[in-house]
Design a protein around this ligand. Structure first.
Ligand SMILES: *Cc1c(COP(=O)(O)O)cnc(C)c1O
Length: 212
């Protein structure tokens, strides 16, 4: 069930930033409720389920964000349905996108900001080389950086993680004379992410938690 109280609290905080409702845990009822509330930015993290949902909810004006790790062998079947990709993290993926994508795809470069080996994303020190190589791929338009902070209650640690992304943004804003966007903040840490300049919040579980 959609938790309207939490949705409205988040909306008031997020204001003019982009709120992406992550629908990976939920189905029909919740998606319909989100659309009825005017939430059209939806996020999914698994290629197969993404495709199922895209096909099920056609022509409704949904703006689809793919936020999870994307295997190269899934690209062909789904990439032309993606509106924004949040998880560009390797050249082999860029190559596959270049091959199959029809229009230019807005992408976030995913950076591993928590330092956890289990997490996807580039090491911060490798972002520059990677970004440079992307110049050869005209189907890819880098719009900013995406990262996931460690899942912890330690606000200071979360801030330190997000700070890495904020630094990359200011470095590349200056280098390329453009305003990069920041995809950061989930249920656990969206308030901190907002304080630190996030432009795209990817929020799931808290939107669907039972009212207490
Ligand atoms: C699931 C997921 C989210 C949302 O996480 P919640 O903690 O449920 O808000 C955000 N980003 C990514 C990449 C995810 O996989």
């Amino acid at each position: 069930m959609l938790n309207l109280l939490n949705l409205n609290t988040i909306r008031n905080l997020v204001k003019d930033k982009t709120l992406i409702a992550v629908t990976k845990y939920v189905g029909d009822n919740e998606i319909k409720a989100l659309l009825a509330e005017g939430i059209y930015n939806l996020g999914e993290n698994r290629a197969n389920i993404f495709l199922e949902k895209v096909q099920k909810y056609q022509n409704l004006g949904i703006h689809w964000h793919f936020i999870g790790h994307l295997q190269s062998n899934k690209v062909k079947s789904m990439i032309n349905h993606v509106d924004v990709l949040h998880s560009l993290d390797r050249i082999s993926l860029a190559k596959e996108i270049q091959k199959h994508r029809e229009e230019v795809l807005p992408c976030f470069i995913e950076v591993n900001i928590s330092g956890e080996p289990s997490k996807h994303g580039l090491k911060p020190e490798n972002v520059k080389t990677f970004y440079n190589k992307l110049i050869d791929y005209d189907k890819i338009q880098v719009i900013g950086f995406m990262g996931m902070a460690k899942h912890t209650g330690d606000a200071l640690l979360i801030k330190q993680n997000f700070e890495i992304l904020v630094k990359l943004k200011s470095e590349f804003d200056a280098l390329l004379s453009m305003e990069h966007k920041l995809s950061m903040g989930m249920s656990n840490d969206y308030k901190i992410a907002l304080e630190m300049g996030s432009t795209h919040l990817r929020i799931g579980s808290i939107l669907f938690e039972e009212e207490t």
